[in-house]
Ligand binder design. Structure first.
Ligand SMILES: Nc1ncnc2c1ncn2[C@@H]1O[C@H](COP(=O)(O)OP(=O)(O)OP(=O)(O)O)[C@@H](O)[C@H]1O
Ligand SMILES: [Mg+2]
Length: 247
C-alpha cells in the first residue's frame, strides 16, 4: 500500500488507482480508480453510505486505504482538505486558527500565507473575531482557507454547501470556480445533484463503494434510456441510473 508517494502522469493532478477500503468485513470502497486534470471541477455523488467521505479522506491523506494508491504531481505536498465538520478552535480568532494550522502544516512563511488566505476568502475584516461567533457561511470560509494554506494543487471538499443558505452557496461556487480557473483541481461531494450538474464538468457516481460512472452530467443523462423522463432533468436521470444498477 502506498499513498501520496507515487507521481501522477503528466497532465493529471489527482490519480487514484484501485483504491479499496475495508472496515472489518465491510467494503466501503472497491477498487476505485480515476484521474483528474489540472483545473478540473468534479463532483462525487451517490447515496448515503456510498463511500464519498471515505474516498475523499483517503485522497486527502487523512485515512489510509486498505489497498491501492493515490498519486500527486511530483514535487507537490498534500492536497487541501475541507472536511464536512470543520475542526476549528471556536475560542480562537480567525487569524489565530489560520496561524495554528499554517504552523501545523509547516507552511514556509505562515504570516504571509495567513494574510493571503484572509484576503482570498474575504475574511480580512473578520481576522480578529472569535470563530465560534461567526455565521456558518463564514466558518465555512475559514475551513476552506485552512484547506488552501499550503497552496495545494487540488482541493477536496466534503459536502461543502450542505449548511449554507442560497446566497452563501452561490458565493462558495463563485469562489471555487475562480480557484479552478487559476488551475486548482476541485473534487467535492454533494447530495445536491443539481449543484453537481451545474458546477462540475465531471461527475463520479459511487454506489456501495463502487465507481459506477464517470463522465459529464450530459453523458450520465444519456446513459439512462427511458421514455418517461423529462429531458434535462438530471436528478431524475441520476435516481434512475442508480435504480437500473440495483442501488
Ligand atoms: N470509521 C469507520 N468504521 C467503520 N465503518 C465505516 C467507518 N467510516 C465509514 N464506514 C462505513 O463505510 C461506508 C461508507 O461510508 P462513507 O461515510 O464514506 O459514506 P458517504 O457516501 O460519505 O455517506 P453520506 O452520504 O451519508 O455522507 C458506510 O457503510 C459506513 O458505515
Ligand atoms: Mg459522507
Amino acid at each position: 500500500m502506498t499513498t501520496g508517494t507515487q507521481t501522477a502522469q503528466p497532465g493529471a493532478t489527482v490519480a487514484v488507482r484501485a483504491l479499496t477500503k475495508r472496515f472489518g468485513s465491510r467494503t466501503a470502497l472497491d477498487r476505485v480508480g480515476f484521474e483528474l486534470r489540472s483545473g478540473e471541477v468534479a463532483a462525487i455523488i451517490g447515496p448515503n453510505g456510498a463511500g464519498k467521505t471515505t474516498l475523499l479522506s483517503i485522497i486527502a491523506g487523512v485515512l489510509d486505504p486498505t489497498e491501492g494508491e493515490v498519486a500527486r504531481p511530483s514535487g507537490t505536498g498534500r492536497f487541501g482538505w475541507v472536511p464536512q465538520e470543520p475542526a476549528l478552535y471556536s475560542k480562537l480568532s480567525v487569524a489565530e486558527n489560520l496561524r495554528l494550522f499554517a504552523r501545523l502544516e509547516r507552511v514556509s512563511d505562515p504570516e504571509q500565507a495567513v494574510d493571503a488566505m484572509l484576503a482570498q476568502t474575504g475574511l480580512t475584516d473578520r481576522a480578529g473575531e472569535e470563530v465560534g461567533r461567526l455565521s456558518g457561511g463564514n466558518q465555512q470560509r475559514v475551513n476552506i482557507a485552512i484547506g488552501l494554506l499550503s497552496e495545494p494543487p487540488a482541493l477536496l471538499l466534503d459536502e461543502p454547501s450542505a449548511s449554507l443558505d442560497p446566497r452563501q452557496r452561490e458565493r462558495l461556487w463563485e469562489f471555487i470556480a475562480g480557484l479552478a480557473e487559476r488551475g486548482t483541481t476541485i473534487l467535492f461531494s454533494t447530495h445536491n445533484v443539481a449543484e453537481a450538474e451545474r458546477y462540475a464538468s465531471r461527475v463520479l457516481v459511487l454506489g456501495d463503494g463502487e465507481l459506477l460512472f464517470t463522465g459529464t452530467p450530459a453523458e450520465l443523462e444519456r446513459a439512462v434510456h427511458t421514455e418517461d423522463r423529462t429531458p434535462g432533468d438530471f436528478e431524475t436521470a441520476f435516481v434512475r441510473f442508480l435504480h437500473d444498477r440495483g442501488h
